[in-house]
Design a protein around this ligand. Sequence first.
Ligand code: PCA
Length: 213
Amino acid sequence: MKVLITGFEPFGGEDTNPSWEAASLVAAEPPAGLDVTAVELSCVYGVAIAELRSAVTELDPDLVLCTGQAGGRPGLSVERVALNIDDARIPDNAGNQPVDEPIVPGGPVAYFASLPVKACVEAVRAAGLPASVSQTAGTFVCNHVFYGLAHLIATQRPRLRGGFVHVPYAPHQVTAEDAPSMSVRDIAAGLGAILATAARTATDLKVAGGAIH
Ligand code: PCA
């Protein structure tokens, strides 16, 4: 099975992005039976979706997992839903700061991930690492790419499955901050468990993964 995993370049003044570091580690040491290619995406609205689309065209994968950094989250967040909105609190790496603009004008308000999100969360936990379902990927470039992927699947690639996982800071990013972190190696192990599970699971688990707020 062919898998494309993406991570992002650093943004917001950071010098590394653990999503890319972990994604490249997964491609170097892939789960058994999976042929994994890692691609680094620019943290730039529009450009990131174009880069993702050209990687999908080139590789023709069966599964796509996009990942990004969500500093402050305590574990891997398997995203359930992508929203059709760009609303940037900070400029992207090209200085763009869209406010309340649709990603695809006239497109659906939202798409669900086409991965078994609950089974993926359980797989990470079974590996002894923290994970949860997340009900929103935000409105910055990660949600933008997730929506772009879901729209590509919905409109052009019905057999492709894909989703998005947000990852915590790596330890060196939080030495002066009171925020949770996970080693890049642990993040990669969790992403590997997600890929292995998504590759073999067609029907998701029916276990609670919701949030009250
Ligand atoms: N995280 C940002 C964009 C790039 C990244 O790694 C986000 O959550 O939107």
